[in-house]
Design a protein around this ligand. Sequence first.
Ligand code: NAD
Ligand code: WQD
Length: 348
Amino acid sequence: MKRSKVLVTGGTGYIGAHTTVELQQAGFEVVVVDNLSNSTEDVIDGIEKITGERPRFYMADCSDLESFTRVFKEEEYFDAAIHFAAFKAVGESVREPLKYYRNNLQSLINLLLLTSESKKGAILFSSSCTVYGQPDKEHLPVREDAPLKKAESPYGLTKQMCEDILSDSSRAFGERIRIISLRYFNPIGAHKSALIGELPRGVPQNLLPFVTQTAIGKRDKLSVFGNDYSTPDGSCIRDYIYVCDLAKAHVAAVERMLFKPGEMESGIEYFNLGTGRGLSVLEVINEFEKATGVKVPYVIAPRREGDVEQVWADPSKANKTLGWRADTPIDEVMRSAWLWEQRLASNS
Ligand code: NAD
Ligand code: WQD
């Protein structure tokens, strides 16, 4: 039987690479497009080592319609597209908003234009829990129908705007093109082979890379941004989801659009992807130390501007509808992140 062919934009990036692995292992043919603005081509080697299959790779910029069109021409068709390609640094988006609006919006618009030229299509979009901002207490854990809050950053606003663009497009496309928007909580960890993982540029802004870099001695100490929040231990709470569990949800969502389109509630659906369990910053440090036996020196620092106090997912819609669950134990997740950091250190 012919395999379904999936386009993965941003496929050499952190989540894209893990998703490519899961798609290939589930039997899909994968074509990766990336402009390598935040990744390197040797990620393709890592994917091939894990799965035994090299995905076809195009170095192309999705925000450039001409270069993106060439990929569609050469490949002739895609059964589905997963759109990871975007810039994602919150702080940078405040300093350079136009860079974010141009890349994140134009890339999606181009994908929609190219997909709309086919008779049929399926698009999976990488959205974020950032669309919920700080949910009111009665909306925690967060369900998909919780109100969206005013975005805290241009990056966050691009996710909301992209969801609006998708919803309007879905209305116009009707049944012809299926769309699912996946709202990720906080992805962490790396593939257990340590052949692919997260590659933060410069000083990491996200918690887990900072934890592992401190543990290995690359950083002196971790700053815990605030211990005076109204949470049980005073530090912020998030829903940390293992990147391979997250990747598997993409396989389930693609299968839903391709093989069970009649079950979709409408042309566009939204799912929260999280574990359903909130962990505080201090709990993350503790879980990491327990899982690895390595100490993480830290100090309590002032709150970080723009931080949400607490947010975690109610993933029951995804659990039920996609038949998916993020169930990798946290100690395994922490060890995968640590193994990856050690691998990076041994290569540098
Ligand atoms: P990443 O930076 O590792 O991956 C994104 C990839 O897209 C990179 O390889 C980059 O080179 C590529 N890219 C960017 N602009 C491009 C363009 N115009 N054309 C082609 N390639 C382009 O980021 P990630 O963590 O893997 O995130 C993937 C997606 O998930 C992004 O849309 C991000 O906003 C979203 N997301 C990430 C998180 C997170 O915490 N990592 C949380 C929620 C949502
Ligand atoms: C987690 C917690 C920090 C670093 C960001 C984006 C969001 C989404 C996910 C894409 C917070 C604390 C962190 C440190 C710390 N991305 N922290 N010391 O803030 O939930 O979300 O990534 O859509 O849009 O904003 O993730 O990993 O930065 O922080 O104490 O050195 O760790 O204050 O409470 P966040 P994060």
